[in-house]
Design a protein around this ligand. Structure first.
Ligand SMILES: C[S@@+](CC[C@H](N)C(=O)[O-])C[C@H]1O[C@@H](n2cnc3c(N)ncnc32)[C@H](O)[C@@H]1O
Length: 212
C-alpha cells in the first residue's frame, strides 16, 4: 500500500478548514474569474494553463494524494500563485465549497474511462453529472472535456446536446480531435504517444438560461 504523503505547500488547502461555500476571493486575495479542474492528476495541465492566464484563479482537485503532492511541487517550482490544490472528490467539493453561478470554466481531462461495459455507470461524466454541475457555472462558463477513450468521447458528445442550458462551441461537430491552444495533460501526452486520438468537447453555459 502506498504511504500517505503530508503536503505542506502554501498552495494546498484542506477543504475542512474552509467555509461552506468557500470564500475564494479571500483565499486568492482577488476576485478574478474562478476555473476548476476536476481530476487534475499530477498537475501538468493546470500548471501550463494557469501560467497562460495569470488573471484567472485555478482550483485543481483530485482525490489522489500523491497527485496533489506532485501538482503542488510543480506549481511551486514554476512560481505560480494563481492555483490552489485540494484532495477532494468532485461532487462533494462542488456541493460544499463552490457558490452557485461562480465558475468561469471547468476542465475535465482524461477521467478514468471504466472501459468494461458493466463498470460504465462508474464514469464521472454523464448527463446526470452535467445537470448537477450546471448550477455552479456562471453564465458563459466554458465546459471542457477531453478523453483518450473513444467510447467515452462519443458518449459525452452524444448526450451533451440534450443538456438544457449549454451550447456547443464546436457545432456542428459533436467533438473534435484537436483544440487550438488547449494544453496537453500527462495522460493526453501518454496516449497520443501510443497513437491514440483525443476527443475534445467544448460547451458554454447559455447566458440567458433561467437561474436554477
Ligand atoms: C486518468 S487520471 C487523469 C489525470 C489528468 N487529468 C491527466 O489527464 O493527466 C484521472 C484522475 O481523476 C481523479 N478522479 C477520478 N474521479 C474523481 C472524482 N470523483 N473526484 C476527484 N478526482 C477524481 C483520479 O484520482 C485521477 O487522478
Amino acid at each position: 500500500m502506498q504511504s500517505f504523503i503530508q503536503i505542506d505547500s502554501p498552495l494546498y488547502l484542506r477543504a475542512e478548514q474552509l467555509s461552506s461555500p468557500a470564500n475564494w476571493a479571500a483565499l486568492f486575495g482577488n476576485d478574478n474569474p474562478l476555473v476548476l479542474e476536476i481530476g487534475a492528476g499530477t498537475g501538468d495541465f493546470v500548471a501550463k494553463t494557469a501560467a497562460d492566464h495569470p488573471g484567472r484563479n485555478f482550483i485543481a482537485i483530485d482525490y489522489y494524494n500523491k497527485g496533489c503532492f506532485k501538482t503542488c511541487r510543480r506549481l511551486e517550482k514554476l512560481g505560480l500563485t494563481n492555483v490552489r490544490v485540494l484532495r477532494e472528490e468532485a461532487r462533494q467539493f462542488l456541493t460544499e465549497r463552490i457558490s452557485p453561478g461562480s465558475l468561469a470554466a471547468v476542465h475535465i481531462n482524461c477521467p478514468d474511462p471504466w472501459p468494461k461495459k458493466r463498470h460504465r455507470k462508474r464514469r464521472l461524466v454523464n448527463k446526470e453529472f452535467l445537470e448537477f454541475l450546471l448550477p455552479y457555472l456562471a453564465p458563459g462558463c466554458d465546459f471542457y472535456f477531453a478523453t483518450d477513450f473513444d467510447d467515452y468521447g462519443i458518449d459525452v458528445g452524444e448526450f451533451m446536446p440534450q443538456v438544457t442550458g449549454m451550447t456547443n462551441v464546436l457545432a456542428p461537430d459533436l467533438f473534435r480531435f484537436d483544440l487550438e491552444e488547449y494544453h496537453l495533460s500527462r495522460y493526453m501526452e501518454k496516449f497520443m504517444a501510443q497513437g491514440k486520438s483525443i476527443h475534445y468537447i467544448h460547451y458554454q453555459k447559455v447566458t440567458s438560461c433561467p437561474p436554477i
